[in-house]
Design a protein around this ligand. Structure first.
Ligand code: THU
Length: 133
């Protein structure tokens, strides 16, 4: 699977979004080294802080199928934004824990915006397990 196909999967995952409060559907797709793709979409709740983002759901989906940090190679996300949809702060922290430093993060919009980055750019000086020692 190439990056373009992964982005398409992230866009398709938006159809799984449960977002009756924000009406802002986000889709994400995680690609593994062995070519598997795991989808995520944002799932909201009337108790707003319980809303869960697409990126975290996609990563947790991969983990629930037995995949770990170093099995993952790319994470794409997409929403109906003008520019590339950027992961929120909470997702950046979770990505820094569960997704490899050299993994590609592809931020896109359904309108065609496209930007590649990585977690070190998105979350420099991240808190990590090393800080707990
Ligand atoms: N959301 C995501 O799923 N991912 C992001 O990167 C940004 C925000 C969701 C959370 C909430 O359901 C809605 O978008 C509006 O913030």
């Amino acid at each position: 699977m190439d990056k373009k196909e992964l982005v398409q999967k992230a866009k398709e995952a938006r159809s799984l979004s449960y977002s009756p409060y924000s009406h802002f559907a986000v889709g994400a797709a995680v690609l593994t080294k062995d070519g598997q793709v795991f989808l995520g979409a944002n799932i909201e709740n009337s108790a707003y802080p319980l809303c869960m983002c697409a990126e975290r759901n996609a990563l947790y989906n991969a983990y629930m199928h037995g995949y770990k940090k170093n099995d993952l190679v790319a994470l794409a996300l997409s929403a109906d934004t003008d520019g590339p949809c950027s992961p929120c702060g909470a997702c950046r922290q979770v990505i820094s824990e569960l997704f490899p430093k050299d993994g590609v993060i592809i931020m896109t919009s359904v309108k065609g915006a496209y930007q590649e980055t990585n977690i070190e750019e998105l979350l420099p000086y991240a808190f990590s397990e090393d800080d707990l020692k």
